[in-house]
Every structure is written in structure tokens, then in C-alpha cells.
Design a binder for this molecule. Sequence first.
Ligand SMILES: NC(=O)c1ccc[n+]([C@@H]2O[C@H](COP(=O)([O-])OP(=O)(O)OC[C@H]3O[C@@H](n4cnc5c(N)ncnc54)[C@H](OP(=O)(O)O)[C@@H]3O)[C@@H](O)[C@H]2O)c1
Length: 249
Amino acid sequence: MPTALITGATAGIGAAFADRLAADGFSLVLVARDGKRLAEVAERLRLRHGAASEVLAADLVTEEGLEAVERRLREGVDLLVNNAGFGHPGHFLDVPAEQEVRMLRLHCEAVLRLTLAALPGMRERDRGAVINVASVAAFFTRGSYSASKAWVVSFSESVAAEMAGTRVRVMALCPGFVRTEFHERASMDTSGIPGFLWLSAENVVREAMRDLARGVRVSIPDLRYKALVRVGRLLPLTLIGQVSRRIGR
Ligand SMILES: NC(=O)c1ccc[n+]([C@@H]2O[C@H](COP(=O)([O-])OP(=O)(O)OC[C@H]3O[C@@H](n4cnc5c(N)ncnc54)[C@H](OP(=O)(O)O)[C@@H]3O)[C@@H](O)[C@H]2O)c1
């Protein structure tokens, strides 16, 4: 039975990945900070899909948490989903430096180190995959959140290129606005986000898994966001900055 390790598996996109992969017959390693919630998700997956889950409570912003997950990955997994992440409510100058560094540790250092822990075993077996959850924000300008997600996209594309010629796949997943706990946790005002821009976590995961099977390296779920990213690439950065500043604060 193949094994998938998912970070941030207790809510939102990570929980949707857990549900989908359990239905597909994966056994799971579920990672997040809240151990009680992890156990509840594992029990739900067992009841719904008969799936076996290990729970690994770890804070990926800490050295101890990162090392625990690295150790588990070195034992071997078939799929790693680097999904855990969070947002800031404010503008760059309003966010304490310590919060910015936590974000970079979770979005960049954890993604780097967990990918590095998982890939050698996958390359040796010549099979496996890594999905790094970035964001369409990677293509726009929304402070260090955008910058960290742009790093995830660039990093994933680079590693995917290095895996060319093997059966190991690496993909960046770039969702738009998804209804999860993300915005509430970040105390963001989402009232300015038009309804048609919201996606469901289930649809994002469905499209991600389809793109992974096709060998896509940068997956942008939904036609609306594919179009938005295309148009965004044609516009001057100053205009993109003005629009980005107004949405979802
Ligand atoms: N929602 C959106 O609109 C959207 C759009 C584009 C991209 N994304 C990206 O999608 C990913 C998932 O976001 P989501 O919307 O599903 O968020 P969410 O509903 O808030 O879930 C976040 C998950 O990450 C875990 N987590 C947070 N900090 C962690 C840490 N330090 N160590 C370990 N686990 C941690 C949380 O569990 P614990 O609190 O128990 O640790 C939770 O399971 C993120 O990378 C986010 O940037 C989201």
C-alpha cells in the first residue's frame, strides 16, 4: 500500500488531500501541531475509507518538529504533500519581523528540508512524487507571502527539472482563494473578494491530482485562475501591485 505524508493535514487543503488520498488507497502520515485534531482526522479517515494513518504532531517552524518529520520521510514515503502554511493580515511594515521569519521557515525552509529528506529514497526506487503547495499569489505582489510562494514555485520547478528522466515527479500547486480556515486564522477581511473567485478545497485537490498524473510541473487549478495568471503576466508590476493591495486584507 503506498504511503503519503501530508503537512497541515487537519484543515482546508491538507484535509482535502488526506480525504482524497485515503479514498485512493494510500496509508497516511498526518502532520500538524494539534495532536488531538490529528487523531480526530485519522479516525474519520478510518471510518470513511478504512485508511490506516500515523499521526505526527510537529511544529514545522521548530528544529525539533522539522527533524521529527525528516526522520519519518527518510523511512520512505511514496508521496509528500508540503502544504502547511499561513498568511498575514497586514501590510509588510505592520508585520513583526519574527512573524515574517516564521513564515519563511514554514513556507521555504520546511519545504526545502522535507523535500530533501523524501527525494533520495524516491530517486532510488525510481518512483514517487512531491507536491509543494504554493499559491497564485506567487505570480502577484502580496508582501513576503507572495515572495515565499514564488520561492516555492521556482524551487519546485528546479527540482522537477533535476528529476527529469526519472519517474519521480515534483509539482508546485498554485491555488487561488480557497474556502478554508486560512483567512480567519490570519484575521483577514475577505469581504472584498468576489464570490466567483472562491474555490473549494476538494476541487483544488482533484485538479492537482489530475495534473500530477499528467506530469504538470506548475498546477493552477481552475480556468479562472489560469486566465488571471496569464493576464497578470502581461500587466505592468505597478498595476498588479495596486490591485493586489486592495484584495483580501
Ligand atoms: N486558503 C487559500 O485561499 C489558499 C490559497 C492559496 C494557497 N494556500 C496555501 O495552501 C496551504 C494550506 O492552506 P489552507 O488554506 O488549507 O489553510 P488552513 O485551513 O488554515 O490549514 C492550515 C494547516 O496547516 C497546519 N499548520 C499551520 N502551521 C503549522 C506549523 N507551524 N507546523 C505544522 N503545521 C502547521 C494547520 O494545523 P495546526 O494549526 O494544528 O498546526 C492546518 O492543518 C498553505 O500553504 C497556504 O499558503 C491557501
